[in-house]
Design a protein. Structure first.
Lengths: 165, 149
């Protein structure tokens, strides 16, 4: 049908193409569309990707949620972050486990957390650990109340959240 | 007539590619690109009679708002020059190089020195406190404390 169509009959033919010695257009064979893919190279690349991603895999999950524009200070000698009550100072407000607390109610809220721990785990010693999350540009006068409140509420082990260098 | 067995065979790589693709997708979704750690600080809670407490060599460090660091080493046998040393700030930040040198000298003079109590001022930046604490930790002074205002 195509050979008799008007398109075929009126189509321009390349003179250079037809007179080519190496591969004349008129005698060129159809290429085989089924191409052999080099799967070994693909598997090599995938394996390297998997190894790299496995190295950066963390089983602890997300403990801290960084707010927009919040930058943690950097440190090289930090330890691994553990799951503890998080006191966050963000935009002039103090949050305990993402619940806003007033400056005066900080000690009370920490004591409530301690009470809950003792109720849910009777007989277990209270670890007194607390994670403090704050922007690196904050002045100490704004953080001092958190340090003071944690000491009052019996949290002796404060962990300042940092980004590892 | 016995037919010859083909010794050449091809491993089917498609399941391997499927498996690796699923692995990559899962790992990309769960990858943690920002490594968050913690600097531990031990705070004194409650009181203890002075007679019961054993005096340990301690460094009291005062941080001002301009990056200045003043040392006061107590209950340790260190030269007076080191015990009352002061490092001026560098462009408003603590001079970490000088601080590292001084802490190394202190540790060499008194190897039992592990306790540091940091006393920042109201204008001291949180970042500067962490930098100073990090310098101490790197040099083996691991028992850190921060005094409230």
């Amino acid at each position: 049908m195509l050979s008799t169509s008007i398109v075929k009959q009126t189509a321009f033919h390349s003179v250079i193409g037809e007179s080519s010695i190496i591969a004349p257009e008129s005698e060129r064979k159809h290429r085989n569309i089924v191409a052999d893919l080099l799967l070994t190279a693909l598997i090599d690349a995938f394996s390297i990707l998997v190894i790299f991603l496995l190295m950066s895999f963390s089983s602890t999950g997300e403990i801290l949620y960084l707010g927009k524009g919040q930058e943690l200070p950097k440190a090289a000698a930090g330890d691994q972050l553990e799951r503890n009550p998080v006191v966050k100072f963000d935009d002039g407000k103090v949050y305990i486990e993402d619940k806003e607390v007033s400056g005066d109610g900080l000690v009370e809220a920490l004591l409530d957390l301690r009470k809950k721990f003792q109720e849910t785990r009777p007989g277990e010693e209270f670890p007194g650990m607390l994670t403090v999350q704050a922007d690196r540009r904050v002045k100490y006068e704004q953080l001092s109340s958190i340090v003071q409140a944690s000491a009052h509420a019996g949290y002796s082990d404060i962990k300042f959240a940092v980004v590892m260098k | 007539m016995s037919k010859k067995k083909h010794l050449e065979f091809e491993i089917n790589l498609i399941p391997a590619i499927d498996l690796l693709s699923v692995c990559i997708c899962f790992l990309l979704l769960t990858a943690v690109w920002l490594h968050v750690g913690a600097l531990n600080v031990k705070q004194a809670v409650g009181g203890q009679p002075a007679s019961e407490s054993v005096k340990k060599p301690t460094v009291w460090v005062q941080l001002d708002g301009k990056g200045g660091v003043a040392f006061d080493v107590r209950d340790a046998r260190v030269p007076a020059k080191l015990a009352k040393a002061k490092i001026e700030g560098k462009e408003g930040k603590p001079d970490l190089e000088a601080l590292k040198g001084l802490v190394t000298d202190l540790k060499a003079a008194e190897p039992a020195l592990t306790t540091v109590l940091i006393q920042p001022q109201a204008a001291t930046l949180y970042e500067d406190i962490i930098d100073v604490m990090d310098s101490f930790k790197k040099e083996g002074l691991i028992d850190l404390g921060v005094a409230p205002l």
